[in-house]
Design a protein around this ligand. Sequence first.
Ligand code: FPP
Length: 250
Amino acid sequence: MSVAPSQLPAHIAIIMDGNGRWAKQRKLPRIEGHRRGVETVRAITDATRELGIRYLTLYAFSVENWKRPEEEVGALMGLLEFFLKRETKAMIKNRVRLLAIGRIHELPERVRTQLIAAMKATERFTDYTLVLALNYGARTEVVDAARAYATAVAAGKEKLNDSSWETFRRYLYTADIPDPDLVIRTSGESRVSNFLLLQAAYAEFIFTPVLWPDFTKGELLAACAEFARRERRYGQTSEQLKPVPSALAP
Ligand code: FPP
């Protein structure tokens, strides 16, 4: 399956769901599913880069995920630390910049230290960006952005009368990241679960039944092909989007 490069999304965001069910189906502990999920992260990061897709955002840990059993939260943090340690070299080799969105300051110190080191080591790269959503929630993000915006207004750096989406969006965690074109959720659930609610306002959504540990480059390509078939209208009509025949063009 191939999709013309101009038809590919520039930014894919993924809700990686189904690790627990993958493990359960095999009578394995849930953490085994997460472990396999980490290998999928590596494979899909490579695949998006090979396709020339410049931005990939992965929902790795939500603000709600702290409510999981302590043992699972600890194991997920351990896996994150392991991933960051193992992958920094590969990211440098492949010239991939790592960014993080979420309340990073609330992460355990060991994870935070690895994360900051990996981001620092890759900050000079501009071709490809991997964004990890960590301790992320869209509602929390809006609260944080509103607070930062209000502080800027109080300090005279922004004028309330000039408020617009373009100014406000600069206070979101994603200020330097383009909006996602395509959001994929694995495991058959059709929910957004507090992920990039504002940034995905005009994104295409694809829900696939495949569990995250089973998600492959082939499934990624199939999602890209489906994306290429869709017409994004941004509030306009289909006719408005049709190219004007050159004879009629002004
Ligand atoms: C959802 O599956 C997955 C998560 C809450 C965590 C995703 C984390 C990883 C893939 C590993 C760490 C990430 C990185 C970037 C190294 P679930 O457990 O909710 O699955 P279930 O709905 O089947 O129980």
